[in-house]
Design a protein around this ligand. Structure first.
Ligand code: HEM
Length: 172
């Protein structure tokens, strides 16, 4: 389970033993799971590369690799941010599963961009076809684990009359 906050005097940004990161004193201990912070830490790296590549495509007026650009942005930025948001909200989600999603999606995004660009450039006979296929299954595996995560939380909420706890407010 991704643990909730503890009210204690800790340094901002410090990693707590319950695997959360304290961000803001005014939140009275509201803490972001470390895994969520990591999703948001890596997502801008992918989108910065994707945007840079988009600018390069525009400048050179060569759009042949547009699908590689699109997948980098959508898997590395949009999907990553959605995962991070869910795990920041759903305290009941399994921490181990969240990290599995993190690593699978990262491996998928990092492998997919260069291999898709190579396959688009040199065709299906290129040696990058296998890494491309592997990257697709890594990203798919991440999404399957995520779906399992969400459904597990949903099942817990079905058992609880008022639903599952999301991140607590300052008042808590
Ligand atoms: C600085 C930011 C960006 C620039 C300069 C840029 C540039 C481009 C260019 C030049 C194309 C090709 C257009 C064409 O084929 O006529 C494209 C396609 C695309 N971009 Fe971006 N882009 C940027 C950010 C993003 C982001 C953040 C996303 C998604 C979150 C995104 C998703 C897409 C998609 C889905 C396509 C269509 C790909 C395809 O047709 O195969 N782009 N972009």
């Amino acid at each position: 389970m991704i643990n909730g906050p503890r009210l204690s005097k800790k340094k901002l940004g410090r990693r707590d033993s319950d695997d959360t990161v304290r961000l803001d004193k005014s939140c009275q201990g509201a803490a972001m799971p470390r895994v969520s912070l990591w999703f948001f830490a890596v997502a801008p790296i992918y989108v910065l590369i994707g945007m840079g590549f988009g600018i390069f495509m525009g400048a050179t007026e060569n759009f042949a690799l547009a699908p590689a650009h699109a997948h980098l942005n959508l898997i590395g930025w949009v999907t990553m941010a959605l995962y991070g948001t869910f795990y920041a909200l759903a305290r009941e989600a399994s921490n181990r599963l969240a990290w599995t999603v993190f690593w699978l999606n990262n491996a998928g995004a990092a492998m997919m961009f260069p291999s898709l660009a190579m396959v688009l450039s040199f065709g299906d006979s290129s040696p990058f076809l296998l890494p491309l296929i592997i990257s697709e299954f890594l990203a798919l595996g991440g999404m399957l684990c995520f779906a399992f995560s969400v459904w597990s939380v949903l099942m817990k909420s079905a058992a609880a009359p008022l639903g599952v706890a999301i991140r607590p407010t300052a008042a808590e």
